[in-house]
Design a protein around this ligand. Sequence first.
Ligand SMILES: [Zn+2]
Ligand SMILES: [Zn+2]
Length: 141
Amino acid sequence: MKNDGSCLCGKIKFLVKKDIQTVYHCHCSLCRKQSGTGANSATLVNETLFEWISGTDSISTFKKDTGFTSFFCMNCGSPVPNKVGNSSFMWIPLGLLNNMPIIKKRLGFCLTSKSNWSPVVTLDREYLELPSWNELKEYFD
Ligand SMILES: [Zn+2]
Ligand SMILES: [Zn+2]
């Protein structure tokens, strides 16, 4: 199944060319501030299964001194997909999807940073901190 997504204003559109079955919620302070909510809810897909449809010229970035970078629509402010470092994965914020995927696995990251007002989500696997990149990418290969 194909999953298409778009930002709040609709300028930026993309396509994920696979079923999205595994998702994660990261509660770290960076993800909370970047998303404006209790956790970043996202998935990773191989870049070969990702396609921009429109609006890449509307993408702006903000980079912290640590290197953490937020990519967002300069017109409406929605976080938008971006490549994870120099990996072959694209990060996909789930809130941009226009259809509901059928989820098989829900992961929770950085639960030590979870706020006391965060929505309660049933998780299949919980991590107190971020899992290592090697462990993380196994879930999305
Ligand atoms: Zn937008
Ligand atoms: Zn995080």
